[in-house]
Each structure stands twice: as structure tokens, then as C-alpha cells.
Design a protein around this ligand. Structure first.
Ligand SMILES: C[S@@+](CC[C@H](N)C(=O)[O-])C[C@H]1O[C@@H](n2cnc3c(N)ncnc32)[C@H](O)[C@@H]1O
Length: 488
């Protein structure tokens, strides 16, 4: 098999990063004539190409990525390979079997998968398998862990998938949806909807807690998603009491770093942000019952946090799905000047794609061929912000707060810091300028850095050797409306 014809698919090949140590060891072994077993590959069709616009055929590596790298480094162009299944598979329909086959091959030998890798595989599978075709037992067997471990890894995802119609109604009502609109999307009468809303009972949750059951159990018992179960449990408490009950320290200063996302809130999503970050924004810049607009809601962490903190929420995205009816389809194309929000929001929480980061992932998530702004050119991307901020200004109240999260995008991939082409960059200064040009005044700059632990020691070493300056900064700009804007 020609190595140049092979594709390393980051979803299918579960190891977070390649191990330099293993590649070097294999390369040295090749030098002294070692023989390696064949790698495992699969030919597929319906495979999305990098820009997400088309599909094509590909041959993906299921097992043996390190061997491939070692062969490539030694200048060997071909590698022995066996095919898992014949004929070629439809990639879109077989993502989970491919992921499982790859995970299983990888736990048998070589660099074993870490517990974190396995957890990610289990969560990826659970998230794309709402019918629960893969039982916890089946996943445990494939990944070589106990059923109990699988249960702790995926129970929040399963709880959300098993959520019943009643809990969807309660969720929508608490987020501020009119009963009429809820009746329309659930196909129930308005009277029945009203009945369900009035019967949501928190005493029962407290009784089950007193009996020693945990929140996962209670959510499953009522077939509710975990976020709603928590929201009902914390109903009526103050914001501060909620922070405490959720186990989140309340940050007093303008540096909000959180090691990871809290899996209880929001779905796994490319570019997902921690619920704690939103909770802090709600705490400092809104009050209960205020209306929050999330124009690009992705995995739904903003609506989940609004539920918890008793704020109303309207959420939109290009990508929508059945288990989250609160996220409505909307394609923001400011040129058309459509503003789908029915009431004027108190807070706009804007978490757009950070320029081209995760472009491919967003294209795959979209329900239609509509372009995510991550596919725009640099010029169009900046123009989009100018137009969106203008539109938001036009449709906001005088007291509306705009919270805009973004990161510097610099062309640093393989470029030493001193040689970066600044013309290619988009930085926080650009967003700041665009805000002020469109009638917004930035009042706070809150640093919410990403974790640097996503990079392996080897990657860091390579960057240091080449004097590449990475970026883990992410900044929440808080802005207030200052005047009528002249930009239309
Ligand atoms: C950074 S993600 C949001 C992540 C989300 N805050 C979370 O934590 O799960 C950005 C989202 O913007 C959406 N998006 C990009 N361009 C859009 C457009 N023009 N209209 C609507 N949604 C868009 C993408 O589908 C993606 O889900």
C-alpha cells in the first residue's frame, strides 16, 4: 500500500497525539531490518474532503499510524497492509464501527490507549448513537474496561438521549417559550402543555436525594436530561448558592480559567466552552429572568446554564438536532438583515468559530449546505462581524450587554514568532475595533485561557526548538451600546 494514499482520520484514530518516542523506536528497528505486522486499513466512500463541501473516496488507517510514520521517516514509500472489510464502506454510515474497530485494535498492542482516549471514544460513540445500539456491555468489552466505568463515562449523554417529551416541554417553558409555540412543536394541545408545566415537582427530587440517590439516577428515573434535573433541584436558590451546589468556585477577578468543561451541561461539540464561563457571565452581567440570546449555540451549553440560573434564553445555530429543540435553525447572514429573535435580549452571548479553527467539524455538523463563517475568507469573516455587531446594535435595548468570546488567530502553525505574517492574523484588537465602529463600547476584557495541556511534551518541544509562539489566550469582551450607529 502506498503510504501517500493513506488518510489519518482524527475521529477514527483515537489516540490524541502521535507518540514521538514510539515512532523513533520503530524507525530505529526498521534500520536494523525489523519486520512489522501489516497495518490495518479500510477503503471508504462518502468521505468529507477538507473544506467540507464535497465527499470523496479515501483509505483510512485503523491501526498502525506509528508504523506508517516510521516508514515515511525512513523514506519507505510502501507499507504492508490488510484491509478490514471488503468492499469499501460508506464512511458516513460506518463511523462508529470504524471507530470501535480502531479502538479495539489499538488496545491490543503497542502504545496502549490511555483511559482518557478510551473515555473519549466511548463518549463519541454514545453521542452519535441515540438509539443505544451499542450497549454499555458491548462498549466495555470492546474497550477493555468494566461496564461500571463505561457507565460513569457516558451516563450524562445517555440521560440526555432518553429525555422524554414532558421534560422537553418543561425545558422550553423555563427558557421562556410561549405555551402556544411549545404546543406547535410537540404536537400537543395547549391545555396539555399547561398541565405538564404546572406539575413539574421539585419535592420528588429532594425525596430521592434524601434516600441517597445521585443526580444521574434521578435524571434517568424521570427520563429528564441532567441539566433540567439540576435546574429543578436548584430552583429558587440564589446565584451564589447555585455556584456552591454545583461545586464551582466563584471567580472574583477578571481571569476566568477552568481546566475543563463540566460534562453535565452542554453536549460534546467542536469548540465547546465550559458552563462555568457562562455562569460567571450570567452572574456578573444579568439577573434572574433576563433574556439571553445565543446566536451560535453549538452544543447548547448556554441554554443549559440559563436553565440552571433561571434566565430565559433564545438560541440559534446552523446545526440543530432533535434532542435540543431550544436551538432553532438560523443562518446568520447579516446582509439579509434577518433578526429571528422575538424579544429584545438583555445579554447577547456570542461564541462564534474562531476564524478557520475547526472549520471541517462545523461543516460536518451543519444541517444544510449553508456555510459556517469558519469557511469565510479573512476579509469576509471580519466583514461578517462588522455586519453582525451592527445588526445586534439595531435590535438591542439601550441597556443590552454584548459578551463576545474570541481568540487571537495567528498564522503560527509552523512559523517562528519573528517570521509570522501579521497580515494573515485576526486578533482581539480587530474585534475591539469592530465593536467600537458599530456603536459598542468595550467595558471589560476578561481572560478565559484554554488549557495548554492539549499539546504533548513532544509537540511543545518542537515548538520551542523552532521558536514558535503558540496561543492559548481566549478573551471575553463585554460591550455596552453607546449610540445609534451610522453603519448600515
Ligand atoms: C464555537 S461554536 C459554538 C460552541 C458552543 N458555545 C458550545 O459550547 O457548544 C460556533 C457555532 O457557530 C455556528 N455557526 C457558524 N456560522 C454560522 C452562521 N452563519 N449562522 C449560524 N450559526 C453559525 C457553528 O455551527 C457552531 O456550532
Amino acid at each position: 500500500m502506498k503510504i501517500s494514499d493513506l488518510t489519518w482520520d482524527e475521529f477514527i484514530y483515537p489516540r490524541g497525539a502521535k507518540s514521538r518516542q514510539t515512532i523513533t523506536a520503530y524507525a530505529e528497528a526498521l534500520e536494523i531490518g525489523a519486520q512489522f505486522p501489516p497495518i490495518k486499513i479500510q477503503r471508504v466512500f462518502n468521505y468529507p474532503v477538507a473544506d467540507g463541501s464535497k465527499t470523496t473516496r479515501a483509505t483510512i488507517i485503523l491501526d498502525g499510524n506509528h508504523r506508517c510514520e516510521a516508514f515515511r521517516e525512513k523514506g519507505i514509500e510502501e507499507i504492508p497492509a490488510v484491509e478490514w472489510k471488503e468492499p469499501p464502506l460508506d464512511y458516513e454510515k460506518n463511523r462508529i464501527p470504524l471507530l470501535l474497530e480502531s479502538a479495539q485494535s489499538n488496545i491490543l498492542h503497542g502504545d496502549r490507549l490511555t483511559a482518557n482516549d478510551k473515555k473519549q471514544v466511548a463518549r463519541d460513540i454514545a453521542a452519535t448513537d441515540p438509539e443505544c445500539t451499542y450497549t454499555e456491555d458491548a462498549l466495555a468489552q470492546k474497550l477493555g474496561v468494566t461496564r461500571q466505568t463505561i457507565n460513569t463515562w457516558i451516563s450524562d449523554i445517555r440521560a440526555r438521549q432518553k429525555t422524554n417529551r414532558k421534560s422537553i416541554i418543561i425545558r422550553l417553558s423555563r427558557l421562556g417559550w410561549a405555551q402556544e409555540k411549545i404546543a406547535e412543536i410537540t404536537g400537543m394541545t395547549q391545555g396539555r402543555v399547561a398541565q405538564i408545566i404546572n406539575k413539574a415537582n421539585i419535592c420528588e427530587i429532594n425525596n430521592l436525594l434524601k434516600k441517597g440517590h445521585n443526580m444521574d439516577y434521578i435524571a434517568a428515573h424521570y427520563q429528564m436530561d441532567l441539566a433540567l434535573t439540576w435546574a429543578l433541584r436548584l430552583q429558587g436558590k440564589t446565584d451564589q448558592e447555585k455556584f456552591k451546589a454545583l461545586g464551582w468556585g466563584l471567580r472574583t477577578w477578571d481571569q476566568w480559567n477552568f481546566n475543563e468543561c463540566d460534562d453535565r451541561f452542554g453536549d460534546a461539540w467542536p469548540g465547546r466552552i465550559p458552563a462555568q464561563l457562562i455562569a460567571h457571565t450570567l452572574y456578573y452581567f444579568t439577573k434572574p429572568n433576563d433574556l439571553v440570546l445565543d446566536p451560535m449555540a453549538g452544543g447548547g451549553v448556554v441554554p443549559d446554564t440559563c436553565l440552571l440560573f433561571e434566565r430565559k434564553c433564545q438560541a440559534f445555530d446552523l446545526a440543530t438536532r432533535d434532542n435540543r429543540p431550544e436551538i432553532e435553525y438560523h443562518h446568520w447572514d447579516p446582509k439579509r438583515e434577518t433578526w429571528p429573535v422575538t424579544r429584545k435580549p438583555d445579554l447577547i452571548f456570542f461564541d462564534p468559530p474562531y476564524y478557520t479553527k475547526k472549520k471541517k467539524e462545523y461543516e460536518q455538523k451543519a444541517n444544510t449546505d449553508t456555510l459556517s463563517i469558519s469557511s469565510y475568507s479573512r476579509k469576509d469573516y471580519k466583514q461578517f462581524f462588522k455586519e453582525f455587531f451592527t445588526l445586534a446594535h439595531k435590535n438591542a435595548k439601550p441597556a443590552t450587554t454584548l459578551a463576545s468570546l474570541n481568540a487571537d488567530w495567528r498564522d503560527f502553525e509552523s512559523t517562528p514568532a519573528a517570521k509570522e505574517k501579521s497580515d494573515n492574523a485576526i486578533t482581539l484588537f480587530d474585534y475591539h475595533r469592530l465593536l467600537s465602529e458599530t456603536g459598542w463600547k468595550t467595558t471589560h476584557r476578561i481572560e478565559c485561557p484554554l488549557s495548554s495541556e492539549r499539546l504533548t511534551g513532544n509537540q511543545v518541544q518542537r515548538m520551542q526548538n523552532k521558536r514558535i509562539l503558540g496561543t492559548i489566550g481566549r478573551t471575553l469582551l463585554i460591550a455596552k451600546r453607546v449610540r445609534e450607529t451610522g453603519v448600515h
